[in-house]
Design a binder for this molecule. Structure first.
Ligand SMILES: C[S@@+](CC[C@H](N)C(=O)[O-])C[C@H]1O[C@@H](n2cnc3c(N)ncnc32)[C@H](O)[C@@H]1O
Length: 245
């Protein structure tokens, strides 16, 4: 695919560049790459052995703030962010307390959104179902992509929009034990351990992720099919802006 009219974002070859914040092992990143973006990821934990694209270790918000301050943000065409939910935020190093994030700050969504709005770029913020602080502009489920997980995820879209696809009825239950009773079903539980939860191999198959066998990374990942779908719409938005400019 060639995008000769692209004027913002510097991707490799003909692909616009997408910044993947809180990237983990690259479930989301892989979908954006499949959609046609070059991807660069940032995570506070060293994921370089398994993240499939250019990786930088550091605090995501400090990194984004520095890009905005230096003007280097113009290298990018779009940003995706998967800030951890509160339980995961203990990892935050907090290198920039004066601006309200890091340290003991447990909600990274609001400061992430603030910086993303300041970036001027179209963006996507992802959160699990049940988190009230992200708009549900798009809600996706594994059944929409014939996956072996349900994994409902909500996506807030900033600076662009695309219609919500129809939610497909589930084919059955998530396999496992609940309240002393075993249920069988077409989906595996890709979180936690015990109680009939998925093995590493089952999670890999169910989500379409074959490049990491680290259980924690699989339980954190967005199935690439989700962000391939979002990425196709985001790419069309980025390219339409480039043509119009
Ligand atoms: C929910 S996971 C992201 C999953 C990823 N989008 C995927 O699809 O594979 C959240 C990640 O945020 C990272 N993280 C936590 N606090 C961070 C911070 N302050 N800066 C950068 N990364 C951070 C964690 O190490 C974890 O890998």
């Amino acid at each position: 695919m060639t995008h000769p009219t692209l004027i913002r974002g510097e991707g490799h070859g003909d692909r616009p560049l997408l910044l993947d914040l809180f990237c983990c092992a690259g479930g989301a990143a892989t979908g954006y790459h499949q959609a046609g973006f070059t991807v660069e990821g940032v995570d506070i934990v060293d994921r370089s052995a398994r993240y499939p694209f250019t990786f930088r270790q550091g605090d995501a918000l400090t990194f984004l703030a520095a890009l905005i301050a230096s003007g280097e943000i113009r290298r990018y065409a779009a940003v995706h962010a998967s800030p951890p939910c509160q339980a995961g935020c203990a990892l935050t190093v907090g290198t920039n307390r004066s601006q309200g994030w890091g340290g003991t700050h447990l909600d990274l969504v609001a400061p992430t959104r603030e910086l993303l709005d300041a970036s001027g770029l179209p963006y996507v913020i992802e959160q699990p179902d049940g988190k009230a602080d992200v708009r549900k502009d798009i809600s996706l489920c594994g059944e929409m992509f014939d996956l072996g997980v349900l994994r409902h995820r909500n996506f807030e879209l900033g600076g662009w929009t695309t219609p919500q696809p129809a939610h497909k009825p589930h084919r059955g239950r998530v396999r496992g034990w609940r309240h002393g009773r075993y249920f069988d079903g077409p989906y595996v539980a890709a979180y936690g351990t015990g109680g009939g939860k998925a093995t590493v191999a089952e999670m890999q198959t169910a989500m379409g992720i074959g490049w990491t066998d680290v259980r924690e990374e699989l339980t954190e990942a967005i199935p690439p099919a989700y962000t391939e779908w979002i990425g196709q719409a985001l790419l069309a938005h980025v390219l339409s802006g480039a043509v119009a400019a």
